[in-house]
Design a protein around this ligand. Structure first.
Ligand SMILES: [Zn+2]
Length: 308
């Protein structure tokens, strides 16, 4: 069965502010590599517009209205110290939501084995009523709620290997035992949450890694902590917050993860998906700010998803 790649040209137009690291070139570098001959089998689809009712399963309705009403007609509007919008941002954010919702639908209905959403803005820092960390809407939590509430999934897991803690996803999951969140991340680092002691209702597994930690510590976080907990949870669907800023080359963090580690972690998550949920996985892009490292990480992530 196929792997779907969702994206949309408007996701390359969104900007936070001039010279911001979460920049349009991120998607340009990714599409340059995925346009290569190894990836001809990808089922490429334009991300549809997301629906407001999907977003308000996770976010305050007034917040959603405010974000969409604040999209500037020119220049950039800042929503906080590090997060902003340009004229394309409202549609880009809705396409990022639409990508994950359609990916969830198609994979859960058996129309594809798995899918990757190559979209911006990212989502895992977005809180119930607050944009932060370059994120407007929490794509991964929105996808998880769609899986539960539209498709009747009983146990939805999200695994987050972005170098930053997915505070927004944790907040959306932490009181709900039918959701699981496992995250490896640098600490100390933005956003300051993600201590091992933050366990929700026994459904949150945080593995903080010290600056300078590399392949060995990263893989051990999964082998020793996150993957055993994910297996114990017995997911019927798995989402991945795929950030590539744990790479040693990334300018925003200080871990020393290497490209093959992103292939390894993807393969390990897929093994769990094969054991518990017929391989059903949907992955969406989060961070990754060294453009070459990002493209290389996405390339190996896609190869694992495609099984090539
Ligand atoms: Zn990040």
């Amino acid at each position: 069965m196929s792997t779907i790649l969702y994206s949309h040209p408007v996701c390359q137009e969104h900007t936070n502010s001039p010279d911001h690291p979460e920049q349009p070139d991120r998607l340009r570098y990714i599409s340059n590599v995925l346009d290569g001959p190894s990836y001809f089998m990808l089922d490429r689809r334009d991300a549809p517009m997301g629906q407001i009712e999907d977003i308000t399963r996770v976010h305050d309705a007034r917040y959603v209205d405010d974000i969409l009403a604040s999209v500037p007609t020119r220049g950039n509007t800042l929503l906080g110290p590090d997060t902003g919008m340009s004229p394309a941002s409202g549609e880009a954010a809705l396409r990022a939501v639409g990508a994950i919702c359609e990916a969830v639908d198609v994979v859960l209905e058996g129309g594809a084995r798995n899918a990757f959403c190559s979209v911006r803005p990212p989502g895992h820092h977005a809180e119930y009523a607050e944009a932060m960390g370059f994120c407007l809407f929490n794509n991964i939590a929105i996808g998880a709620q769609r899986a539960r509430q539209v498709h009747g999934c009983k146990k939805v897991a999200a695994v987050d290997f972005d170098v930053h803690h997915g505070n927004g996803t944790q907040a959306a999951f932490q009181t709900e035992p039918s959701l699981f969140f496992g995250s490896s991340h640098q600490m100390p680092a933005f956003p300051g949450t993600g201590y091992a002691e933050e366990t929700g209702v026994g459904n949150i597994v945080n593995v903080p890694l010290a600056p300078g930690a590399g392949s060995e510590e990263f893989r051990r976080a999964y082998s020793d902590k996150i993957l055993p907990a994910l297996r114990a949870f017995e997911p019927d669907f798995i989402l991945i917050s795929a950030g590539f800023d744990a790479d040693a080359r990334d300018p925003l963090a200080q871990l020393r993860v290497k490209t093959p580690d992103f292939a390894w972690v993807t393969a390990e998550i897929l093994k769990v998906a094969d054991e518990f949920c017929s391989g059903k996985v949907v992955s969406t892009l989060e961070g990754g700010y060294d453009l070459d490292a990002l493209a290389a990480g996405v390339a190996v992530h896609m190869r694992e998803l495609m099984g090539i």
